[in-house]
Design a protein around this ligand. Structure first.
Ligand code: KIV
Ligand code: ZN
Length: 498
Protein backbone atom coordinates (compact mmCIF):
# COMPACT_ATOMS: atom_id res chain seq x y z
CA UNK A 1 0.00 0.00 0.00
CA UNK A 2 1.47 3.36 -0.96
CA UNK A 3 1.58 6.36 1.32
CA UNK A 4 -1.07 8.43 -0.46
CA UNK A 5 -4.50 9.22 0.98
CA UNK A 6 -7.07 6.59 -0.07
CA UNK A 7 -10.10 8.54 -1.28
CA UNK A 8 -13.72 7.57 -0.64
CA UNK A 9 -16.39 7.78 -3.33
CA UNK A 10 -19.76 7.31 -1.66
CA UNK A 11 -22.59 6.02 -3.82
CA UNK A 12 -25.30 5.67 -1.14
CA UNK A 13 -27.48 8.15 -3.01
CA UNK A 14 -27.09 6.36 -6.36
CA UNK A 15 -26.25 2.62 -6.11
CA UNK A 16 -27.55 2.64 -2.52
CA UNK A 17 -30.88 4.00 -3.63
CA UNK A 18 -31.07 1.16 -6.17
CA UNK A 19 -31.56 -1.19 -3.18
CA UNK A 20 -34.86 -3.00 -3.70
CA UNK A 21 -37.67 -1.13 -1.87
CA UNK A 22 -35.58 1.93 -1.04
CA UNK A 23 -36.45 5.36 -2.30
CA UNK A 24 -35.41 8.63 -0.77
CA UNK A 25 -37.00 12.06 -0.99
CA UNK A 26 -35.04 15.03 -2.20
CA UNK A 27 -34.83 16.42 1.37
CA UNK A 28 -33.60 13.10 2.72
CA UNK A 29 -30.94 12.97 0.01
CA UNK A 30 -29.76 16.44 0.92
CA UNK A 31 -29.63 15.53 4.62
CA UNK A 32 -27.59 12.41 3.82
CA UNK A 33 -25.29 14.42 1.54
CA UNK A 34 -24.62 16.89 4.38
CA UNK A 35 -23.90 14.00 6.75
CA UNK A 36 -21.49 12.46 4.23
CA UNK A 37 -19.77 15.80 3.85
CA UNK A 38 -19.34 16.04 7.63
CA UNK A 39 -18.02 12.47 7.59
CA UNK A 40 -15.36 13.61 5.13
CA UNK A 41 -16.04 11.48 2.05
CA UNK A 42 -14.15 12.81 -0.96
CA UNK A 43 -16.89 12.29 -3.56
CA UNK A 44 -20.66 11.93 -3.25
CA UNK A 45 -22.41 10.29 -6.18
CA UNK A 46 -25.64 12.25 -5.84
CA UNK A 47 -27.68 10.44 -8.49
CA UNK A 48 -28.44 9.84 -12.14
CA UNK A 49 -29.78 13.25 -13.29
CA UNK A 50 -31.23 12.14 -16.63
CA UNK A 51 -33.37 9.41 -15.04
CA UNK A 52 -36.17 11.69 -13.75
CA UNK A 53 -37.04 15.29 -12.95
CA UNK A 54 -36.96 14.52 -9.24
CA UNK A 55 -33.52 12.93 -9.53
CA UNK A 56 -32.24 15.91 -11.50
CA UNK A 57 -33.47 18.42 -8.93
CA UNK A 58 -32.18 16.31 -6.03
CA UNK A 59 -28.69 16.32 -7.60
CA UNK A 60 -28.96 20.04 -8.29
CA UNK A 61 -29.96 20.84 -4.72
CA UNK A 62 -26.93 18.88 -3.44
CA UNK A 63 -24.69 20.82 -5.85
CA UNK A 64 -26.20 24.08 -4.54
CA UNK A 65 -25.56 23.09 -0.90
CA UNK A 66 -21.95 24.09 -1.53
CA UNK A 67 -20.40 21.14 0.25
CA UNK A 68 -16.66 20.65 0.66
CA UNK A 69 -16.90 17.27 -1.05
CA UNK A 70 -17.05 16.81 -4.84
CA UNK A 71 -20.57 16.11 -6.10
CA UNK A 72 -20.76 13.56 -8.90
CA UNK A 73 -23.54 12.61 -11.34
CA UNK A 74 -23.95 9.34 -13.23
CA UNK A 75 -24.34 9.16 -17.02
CA UNK A 76 -24.46 6.49 -19.69
CA UNK A 77 -22.06 7.05 -22.59
CA UNK A 78 -24.60 9.23 -24.42
CA UNK A 79 -24.87 13.01 -24.74
CA UNK A 80 -28.33 13.56 -23.14
CA UNK A 81 -27.13 11.85 -19.94
CA UNK A 82 -23.93 13.87 -19.87
CA UNK A 83 -25.83 17.09 -20.65
CA UNK A 84 -28.14 16.46 -17.69
CA UNK A 85 -25.08 16.15 -15.43
CA UNK A 86 -23.57 19.32 -16.91
CA UNK A 87 -26.86 21.20 -16.41
CA UNK A 88 -27.07 20.03 -12.81
CA UNK A 89 -23.60 21.53 -12.32
CA UNK A 90 -21.80 18.50 -10.85
CA UNK A 91 -18.05 18.64 -10.35
CA UNK A 92 -17.42 15.10 -11.62
CA UNK A 93 -19.24 13.08 -14.27
CA UNK A 94 -19.24 9.30 -13.92
CA UNK A 95 -19.77 7.76 -17.36
CA UNK A 96 -20.22 4.03 -17.58
CA UNK A 97 -20.56 1.34 -20.23
CA UNK A 98 -20.64 -2.44 -20.08
CA UNK A 99 -17.52 -4.17 -21.34
CA UNK A 100 -18.22 -7.86 -20.65
CA UNK A 101 -19.52 -9.94 -23.57
CA UNK A 102 -22.60 -11.09 -21.65
CA UNK A 103 -23.68 -7.51 -20.92
CA UNK A 104 -22.72 -6.24 -24.38
CA UNK A 105 -24.87 -8.87 -26.03
CA UNK A 106 -27.90 -9.04 -23.73
CA UNK A 107 -27.98 -5.67 -21.95
CA UNK A 108 -26.38 -2.98 -24.11
CA UNK A 109 -26.96 -4.88 -27.38
CA UNK A 110 -23.82 -3.38 -28.88
CA UNK A 111 -20.57 -4.68 -30.33
CA UNK A 112 -17.23 -4.22 -28.60
CA UNK A 113 -16.20 -1.64 -31.21
CA UNK A 114 -19.42 0.35 -30.72
CA UNK A 115 -18.93 0.46 -26.95
CA UNK A 116 -15.28 1.38 -27.36
CA UNK A 117 -16.20 4.30 -29.60
CA UNK A 118 -19.09 5.47 -27.40
CA UNK A 119 -16.88 5.36 -24.30
CA UNK A 120 -14.03 7.31 -25.86
CA UNK A 121 -16.45 9.88 -27.34
CA UNK A 122 -18.26 10.27 -24.01
CA UNK A 123 -15.04 10.96 -22.12
CA UNK A 124 -13.94 13.43 -24.80
CA UNK A 125 -17.32 15.19 -24.60
CA UNK A 126 -17.09 15.55 -20.80
CA UNK A 127 -13.52 16.82 -21.00
CA UNK A 128 -14.42 19.32 -23.77
CA UNK A 129 -16.80 20.85 -21.23
CA UNK A 130 -13.98 21.21 -18.73
CA UNK A 131 -15.49 18.78 -16.20
CA UNK A 132 -13.67 15.99 -14.39
CA UNK A 133 -14.51 12.53 -15.67
CA UNK A 134 -14.58 9.07 -14.11
CA UNK A 135 -15.10 6.13 -16.46
CA UNK A 136 -16.51 2.76 -15.33
CA UNK A 137 -15.99 -0.38 -17.40
CA UNK A 138 -19.11 -2.06 -16.09
CA UNK A 139 -18.63 -5.77 -15.32
CA UNK A 140 -14.87 -5.26 -15.69
CA UNK A 141 -14.08 -8.38 -13.68
CA UNK A 142 -15.89 -10.57 -16.25
CA UNK A 143 -14.47 -8.70 -19.27
CA UNK A 144 -12.04 -10.33 -21.64
CA UNK A 145 -8.70 -8.80 -20.46
CA UNK A 146 -7.48 -7.63 -23.87
CA UNK A 147 -10.69 -5.72 -24.51
CA UNK A 148 -10.68 -4.24 -21.02
CA UNK A 149 -7.10 -3.02 -21.56
CA UNK A 150 -8.06 -1.52 -24.92
CA UNK A 151 -10.99 0.38 -23.41
CA UNK A 152 -8.89 1.59 -20.47
CA UNK A 153 -6.15 2.84 -22.81
CA UNK A 154 -8.75 4.47 -25.07
CA UNK A 155 -10.44 6.46 -22.30
CA UNK A 156 -7.06 7.35 -20.83
CA UNK A 157 -6.01 8.86 -24.18
CA UNK A 158 -9.35 10.70 -24.28
CA UNK A 159 -8.36 12.45 -21.04
CA UNK A 160 -10.26 10.53 -18.35
CA UNK A 161 -9.25 11.51 -14.80
CA UNK A 162 -9.88 8.20 -13.06
CA UNK A 163 -10.90 4.69 -14.19
CA UNK A 164 -13.24 2.57 -12.13
CA UNK A 165 -13.00 -1.23 -12.16
CA UNK A 166 -16.41 -2.48 -11.01
CA UNK A 167 -16.89 -6.01 -9.74
CA UNK A 168 -20.49 -5.60 -10.84
CA UNK A 169 -21.78 -9.03 -9.83
CA UNK A 170 -19.40 -9.54 -6.90
CA UNK A 171 -17.52 -12.58 -8.23
CA UNK A 172 -14.01 -11.66 -7.10
CA UNK A 173 -12.04 -13.00 -4.15
CA UNK A 174 -9.33 -10.92 -2.43
CA UNK A 175 -6.29 -12.61 -4.02
CA UNK A 176 -7.84 -12.46 -7.50
CA UNK A 177 -8.77 -8.82 -6.99
CA UNK A 178 -5.20 -8.03 -5.94
CA UNK A 179 -3.79 -9.58 -9.13
CA UNK A 180 -6.48 -7.99 -11.29
CA UNK A 181 -5.73 -4.47 -10.07
CA UNK A 182 -1.95 -5.02 -10.19
CA UNK A 183 -2.31 -5.99 -13.85
CA UNK A 184 -4.48 -2.96 -14.73
CA UNK A 185 -1.96 -0.71 -12.97
CA UNK A 186 0.55 -1.92 -15.56
CA UNK A 187 -1.81 -0.99 -18.42
CA UNK A 188 -2.75 2.62 -17.60
CA UNK A 189 -1.30 5.41 -15.51
CA UNK A 190 -4.46 7.21 -14.43
CA UNK A 191 -5.62 6.54 -10.85
CA UNK A 192 -7.74 3.43 -10.35
CA UNK A 193 -11.01 3.25 -8.45
CA UNK A 194 -12.90 0.07 -7.45
CA UNK A 195 -16.60 -0.63 -6.98
CA UNK A 196 -17.21 -4.00 -5.35
CA UNK A 197 -20.57 -5.71 -4.95
CA UNK A 198 -21.24 -8.04 -2.08
CA UNK A 199 -22.84 -11.11 -3.67
CA UNK A 200 -20.45 -13.46 -1.84
CA UNK A 201 -19.97 -11.21 1.19
CA UNK A 202 -16.51 -10.20 -0.06
CA UNK A 203 -17.04 -6.60 -1.16
CA UNK A 204 -15.06 -5.06 1.70
CA UNK A 205 -12.28 -7.68 1.52
CA UNK A 206 -11.99 -7.20 -2.26
CA UNK A 207 -11.88 -3.40 -1.87
CA UNK A 208 -9.07 -3.68 0.69
CA UNK A 209 -7.13 -6.00 -1.65
CA UNK A 210 -7.58 -3.59 -4.53
CA UNK A 211 -6.10 -0.79 -2.42
CA UNK A 212 -3.23 -3.06 -1.37
CA UNK A 213 -2.57 -3.65 -5.06
CA UNK A 214 -2.33 0.08 -5.74
CA UNK A 215 -5.88 1.35 -6.38
CA UNK A 216 -6.41 4.93 -5.19
CA UNK A 217 -10.12 5.14 -4.50
CA UNK A 218 -12.92 2.93 -3.16
CA UNK A 219 -16.60 3.20 -3.96
CA UNK A 220 -18.75 2.44 -0.93
CA UNK A 221 -22.21 2.92 0.53
CA UNK A 222 -23.38 3.61 4.07
CA UNK A 223 -24.51 0.32 5.68
CA UNK A 224 -23.40 -1.49 2.50
CA UNK A 225 -26.76 -0.92 0.81
CA UNK A 226 -27.07 -1.22 -2.96
CA UNK A 227 -28.14 -3.54 -5.76
CA UNK A 228 -28.87 -7.14 -4.61
CA UNK A 229 -26.55 -7.91 -1.65
CA UNK A 230 -25.23 -4.37 -1.75
CA UNK A 231 -21.86 -2.64 -2.07
CA UNK A 232 -18.75 -2.42 0.08
CA UNK A 233 -19.77 -0.94 3.43
CA UNK A 234 -18.29 2.49 4.09
CA UNK A 235 -17.60 2.00 7.81
CA UNK A 236 -15.97 -1.42 7.42
CA UNK A 237 -13.86 -0.31 4.47
CA UNK A 238 -12.74 2.84 6.26
CA UNK A 239 -11.86 1.09 9.52
CA UNK A 240 -10.25 -1.87 7.73
CA UNK A 241 -8.06 0.46 5.71
CA UNK A 242 -7.11 2.78 8.56
CA UNK A 243 -6.90 0.40 11.51
CA UNK A 244 -5.57 -2.76 9.84
CA UNK A 245 -3.49 -1.30 7.00
CA UNK A 246 -2.66 2.07 8.55
CA UNK A 247 -3.88 3.87 5.42
CA UNK A 248 -4.42 7.63 5.44
CA UNK A 249 -8.04 8.68 4.83
CA UNK A 250 -10.03 11.91 4.98
CA UNK A 251 -12.84 10.16 6.87
CA UNK A 252 -13.80 11.55 10.30
CA UNK A 253 -14.47 8.11 11.70
CA UNK A 254 -16.15 9.39 14.89
CA UNK A 255 -19.22 10.18 12.75
CA UNK A 256 -19.55 6.67 11.31
CA UNK A 257 -22.24 5.57 13.75
CA UNK A 258 -24.44 8.65 13.40
CA UNK A 259 -24.23 8.52 9.60
CA UNK A 260 -25.13 4.84 9.61
CA UNK A 261 -28.16 5.48 11.82
CA UNK A 262 -29.36 8.33 9.66
CA UNK A 263 -29.28 6.12 6.57
CA UNK A 264 -30.90 3.27 8.51
CA UNK A 265 -33.76 5.58 9.49
CA UNK A 266 -34.34 7.00 6.01
CA UNK A 267 -34.00 3.71 4.10
CA UNK A 268 -35.79 1.62 6.76
CA UNK A 269 -33.17 -1.08 6.21
CA UNK A 270 -32.39 -2.22 9.72
CA UNK A 271 -28.84 -2.85 10.74
CA UNK A 272 -28.39 -6.30 12.29
CA UNK A 273 -27.03 -6.21 15.86
CA UNK A 274 -23.95 -8.14 14.73
CA UNK A 275 -23.05 -5.68 11.96
CA UNK A 276 -19.36 -4.76 12.33
CA UNK A 277 -18.53 -1.25 13.60
CA UNK A 278 -22.08 0.17 13.75
CA UNK A 279 -24.19 -2.77 15.01
CA UNK A 280 -25.67 -2.71 18.51
CA UNK A 281 -23.43 -5.63 19.54
CA UNK A 282 -20.23 -4.44 17.85
CA UNK A 283 -18.75 -3.41 21.22
CA UNK A 284 -21.08 -5.33 23.60
CA UNK A 285 -19.89 -8.08 25.92
CA UNK A 286 -21.99 -10.65 27.75
CA UNK A 287 -19.87 -13.66 28.60
CA UNK A 288 -18.17 -13.62 32.00
CA UNK A 289 -14.65 -14.14 30.67
CA UNK A 290 -14.95 -11.43 28.02
CA UNK A 291 -16.65 -8.87 30.26
CA UNK A 292 -14.16 -9.36 33.06
CA UNK A 293 -11.36 -9.05 30.52
CA UNK A 294 -12.58 -5.78 29.03
CA UNK A 295 -13.22 -4.29 32.48
CA UNK A 296 -9.53 -4.93 33.24
CA UNK A 297 -8.28 -3.87 29.82
CA UNK A 298 -10.41 -3.28 26.72
CA UNK A 299 -8.09 -4.84 24.17
CA UNK A 300 -8.29 -8.27 25.84
CA UNK A 301 -11.46 -8.94 23.89
CA UNK A 302 -11.65 -6.05 21.43
CA UNK A 303 -9.37 -5.28 18.50
CA UNK A 304 -7.65 -2.42 20.35
CA UNK A 305 -6.57 -0.92 17.01
CA UNK A 306 -10.24 0.09 16.76
CA UNK A 307 -12.01 1.41 19.85
CA UNK A 308 -15.74 2.21 20.22
CA UNK A 309 -14.90 5.91 20.61
CA UNK A 310 -13.09 5.96 17.26
CA UNK A 311 -16.35 5.16 15.45
CA UNK A 312 -18.81 7.04 17.69
CA UNK A 313 -19.86 3.89 19.62
CA UNK A 314 -19.96 3.01 23.33
CA UNK A 315 -18.78 -0.19 25.02
CA UNK A 316 -21.66 -2.05 26.66
CA UNK A 317 -21.82 -4.85 29.18
CA UNK A 318 -24.92 -6.99 28.82
CA UNK A 319 -26.60 -9.11 31.49
CA UNK A 320 -27.53 -12.62 30.39
CA UNK A 321 -27.07 -16.24 31.27
CA UNK A 322 -23.40 -16.13 30.26
CA UNK A 323 -22.69 -13.03 32.31
CA UNK A 324 -20.20 -13.08 35.15
CA UNK A 325 -20.36 -11.43 38.56
CA UNK A 326 -17.82 -8.79 37.66
CA UNK A 327 -19.82 -7.47 34.74
CA UNK A 328 -23.13 -7.53 36.60
CA UNK A 329 -21.61 -5.68 39.56
CA UNK A 330 -20.22 -3.13 37.13
CA UNK A 331 -23.61 -2.69 35.42
CA UNK A 332 -25.36 -2.27 38.77
CA UNK A 333 -22.74 0.21 39.94
CA UNK A 334 -23.34 2.17 36.77
CA UNK A 335 -27.06 2.30 37.63
CA UNK A 336 -26.20 3.32 41.24
CA UNK A 337 -27.04 0.03 42.94
CA UNK A 338 -24.68 -0.82 45.75
CA UNK A 339 -25.02 -4.56 46.35
CA UNK A 340 -23.40 -6.92 48.84
CA UNK A 341 -21.74 -10.18 47.77
CA UNK A 342 -24.75 -12.12 49.02
CA UNK A 343 -27.22 -9.87 47.12
CA UNK A 344 -25.11 -10.14 43.99
CA UNK A 345 -25.17 -13.94 44.20
CA UNK A 346 -28.98 -13.89 44.42
CA UNK A 347 -29.22 -11.47 41.49
CA UNK A 348 -26.94 -13.76 39.45
CA UNK A 349 -29.18 -16.75 40.22
CA UNK A 350 -32.24 -14.87 38.93
CA UNK A 351 -30.46 -13.72 35.75
CA UNK A 352 -29.38 -17.27 34.95
CA UNK A 353 -32.90 -18.56 35.61
CA UNK A 354 -34.35 -16.10 33.07
CA UNK A 355 -31.58 -16.94 30.60
CA UNK A 356 -32.19 -20.68 30.97
CA UNK A 357 -35.83 -20.05 30.06
CA UNK A 358 -34.50 -18.78 26.72
CA UNK A 359 -35.36 -15.15 27.46
CA UNK A 360 -33.29 -12.08 26.98
CA UNK A 361 -32.44 -10.25 30.21
CA UNK A 362 -33.06 -6.57 29.55
CA UNK A 363 -31.42 -3.83 31.60
CA UNK A 364 -34.76 -3.10 33.24
CA UNK A 365 -35.13 -6.82 34.14
CA UNK A 366 -31.76 -6.60 35.86
CA UNK A 367 -32.66 -3.41 37.73
CA UNK A 368 -36.06 -4.78 38.76
CA UNK A 369 -34.39 -7.91 40.18
CA UNK A 370 -31.87 -5.72 41.98
CA UNK A 371 -34.66 -3.54 43.41
CA UNK A 372 -36.55 -6.57 44.68
CA UNK A 373 -33.45 -8.01 46.30
CA UNK A 374 -32.03 -4.79 47.76
CA UNK A 375 -35.38 -3.11 48.57
CA UNK A 376 -34.09 0.04 46.82
CA UNK A 377 -37.08 1.32 44.90
CA UNK A 378 -36.79 3.80 42.09
CA UNK A 379 -38.91 6.95 41.99
CA UNK A 380 -40.21 6.99 38.44
CA UNK A 381 -39.97 10.15 36.34
CA UNK A 382 -43.10 9.20 34.46
CA UNK A 383 -46.15 7.27 35.71
CA UNK A 384 -48.72 6.27 33.12
CA UNK A 385 -52.34 7.10 34.05
CA UNK A 386 -54.25 6.71 30.80
CA UNK A 387 -53.54 5.79 27.23
CA UNK A 388 -56.02 5.94 24.38
CA UNK A 389 -55.46 5.36 20.69
CA UNK A 390 -57.68 5.93 17.68
CA UNK A 391 -56.91 4.15 14.46
CA UNK A 392 -58.72 2.99 11.34
CA UNK A 393 -58.55 2.88 7.58
CA UNK A 394 -59.83 6.45 7.17
CA UNK A 395 -58.11 8.30 9.98
CA UNK A 396 -54.55 9.09 10.89
CA UNK A 397 -53.60 7.04 13.96
CA UNK A 398 -53.74 9.37 16.97
CA UNK A 399 -52.79 8.68 20.59
CA UNK A 400 -53.36 10.54 23.85
CA UNK A 401 -51.31 9.88 26.95
CA UNK A 402 -52.09 11.14 30.45
CA UNK A 403 -49.19 10.70 32.85
CA UNK A 404 -47.65 12.09 36.01
CA UNK A 405 -44.29 13.54 35.04
CA UNK A 406 -42.03 14.54 37.93
CA UNK A 407 -45.12 14.84 40.15
CA UNK A 408 -47.22 16.93 37.73
CA UNK A 409 -50.15 15.60 35.68
CA UNK A 410 -49.48 16.07 31.94
CA UNK A 411 -51.43 15.26 28.80
CA UNK A 412 -49.83 14.66 25.42
CA UNK A 413 -51.32 13.82 22.04
CA UNK A 414 -49.66 12.91 18.75
CA UNK A 415 -50.28 11.25 15.44
CA UNK A 416 -48.09 8.52 13.96
CA UNK A 417 -47.68 6.15 11.04
CA UNK A 418 -49.51 3.50 13.08
CA UNK A 419 -51.02 3.20 16.59
CA UNK A 420 -47.71 2.17 18.21
CA UNK A 421 -45.85 5.04 16.59
CA UNK A 422 -48.59 7.50 17.62
CA UNK A 423 -48.51 6.23 21.23
CA UNK A 424 -44.71 6.43 21.48
CA UNK A 425 -44.86 9.96 20.01
CA UNK A 426 -47.48 10.90 22.62
CA UNK A 427 -45.13 9.69 25.39
CA UNK A 428 -42.48 12.01 23.97
CA UNK A 429 -45.08 14.79 24.00
CA UNK A 430 -45.92 14.42 27.71
CA UNK A 431 -42.23 14.57 28.44
CA UNK A 432 -42.18 17.92 26.66
CA UNK A 433 -39.55 16.83 24.15
CA UNK A 434 -36.76 14.67 25.45
CA UNK A 435 -33.31 13.71 24.29
CA UNK A 436 -34.28 10.05 24.73
CA UNK A 437 -34.59 8.25 21.40
CA UNK A 438 -35.99 4.84 20.60
CA UNK A 439 -33.07 2.78 19.27
CA UNK A 440 -34.39 -0.75 18.96
CA UNK A 441 -37.90 -2.12 18.91
CA UNK A 442 -38.96 -5.75 18.63
CA UNK A 443 -42.34 -7.39 19.01
CA UNK A 444 -42.80 -11.15 19.35
CA UNK A 445 -46.03 -13.05 19.81
CA UNK A 446 -45.62 -15.27 22.88
CA UNK A 447 -48.55 -17.52 22.05
CA UNK A 448 -50.36 -18.24 18.77
CA UNK A 449 -53.71 -16.80 17.67
CA UNK A 450 -55.12 -13.29 17.57
CA UNK A 451 -55.22 -13.15 21.37
CA UNK A 452 -51.45 -13.78 21.57
CA UNK A 453 -49.43 -11.99 24.20
CA UNK A 454 -47.19 -9.38 22.59
CA UNK A 455 -43.67 -9.41 24.01
CA UNK A 456 -42.12 -6.03 23.32
CA UNK A 457 -38.40 -5.45 23.90
CA UNK A 458 -37.13 -1.95 23.27
CA UNK A 459 -33.88 -0.07 23.68
CA UNK A 460 -33.75 3.67 24.31
CA UNK A 461 -30.72 5.90 24.22
CA UNK A 462 -30.01 9.40 25.54
CA UNK A 463 -27.87 12.01 23.83
CA UNK A 464 -24.80 10.85 25.79
CA UNK A 465 -25.14 7.38 24.26
CA UNK A 466 -26.41 5.73 27.49
CA UNK A 467 -28.71 2.92 26.48
CA UNK A 468 -31.31 0.97 28.47
CA UNK A 469 -33.31 -2.03 27.26
CA UNK A 470 -36.73 -2.93 28.67
CA UNK A 471 -39.55 -5.40 28.07
CA UNK A 472 -43.30 -5.57 28.58
CA UNK A 473 -45.68 -8.38 27.69
CA UNK A 474 -49.39 -7.63 27.23
CA UNK A 475 -52.33 -8.76 25.17
CA UNK A 476 -52.34 -5.30 23.56
CA UNK A 477 -49.34 -4.38 21.43
CA UNK A 478 -49.77 -0.63 21.97
CA UNK A 479 -49.97 -0.88 25.76
CA UNK A 480 -46.98 -3.26 25.85
CA UNK A 481 -44.95 -0.85 23.71
CA UNK A 482 -45.80 2.17 25.86
CA UNK A 483 -45.11 0.33 29.12
CA UNK A 484 -41.74 -0.92 27.87
CA UNK A 485 -40.88 2.58 26.65
CA UNK A 486 -41.85 4.20 29.95
CA UNK A 487 -39.96 1.74 32.10
CA UNK A 488 -36.84 2.22 29.94
CA UNK A 489 -37.15 6.01 30.15
CA UNK A 490 -37.60 5.85 33.92
CA UNK A 491 -34.45 3.80 34.22
CA UNK A 492 -32.48 6.03 31.95
CA UNK A 493 -33.62 9.11 33.87
CA UNK A 494 -32.87 7.47 37.24
CA UNK A 495 -29.37 6.71 36.05
CA UNK A 496 -28.84 10.24 34.66
CA UNK A 497 -30.35 11.80 37.80
CA UNK A 498 -28.15 9.75 40.06
O1 KIV B 1 -22.15 -2.16 -10.28
C1 KIV B 1 -21.75 -1.42 -11.21
O2 KIV B 1 -21.03 -1.83 -12.11
C2 KIV B 1 -22.20 -0.03 -11.19
C3 KIV B 1 -21.60 0.89 -12.21
C4 KIV B 1 -22.53 1.96 -12.66
C5 KIV B 1 -20.32 1.44 -11.67
O3 KIV B 1 -22.94 0.37 -10.32
ZN1 ZN C 1 -22.95 -1.06 -8.59
Amino acid sequence: MNNEVVTFFDTTLRDGEQTPNVSLTSEQKLTIAKALDKLGVDVIEAGFPVSSKGEYSAVKSIVKADLATTVCGLARVVKPDIDACLDAGVGLIHVFASTSDVQLKYSMKKTRQEVYDLSVDAVEYVKEHGTKCLFSAMDATRTEPEFLDRVCRGVESAGVDIINIPDTVGIMAPSRMFNFIKRIKGVVEVPIDVHCHNDFGLAVANSLSAIEAGAHQVQVTVNGIGERAGNADLAQTAMGLSSIFGAKLNINTQFLLETSRLVERFTKINIPPTMPIVGENAFSHESGIHSRGVIERADTFEPGIMTPEMVGQRRRLVAGKHAGKHAVREMLKDARFDVTEEELARIMDRIKEIGDQGRRVTDVDLYTIAEAITNEVLTPTILLEELSVMTGNRITPTATVKAVVDGTMKIGARIGTGPVDAAINAVHDVLGGTDVQLRTFRIDAITGGTDALADVVIGVEDSDGNMVTARAARGDIVIASVEAMISAINRLKARDGA
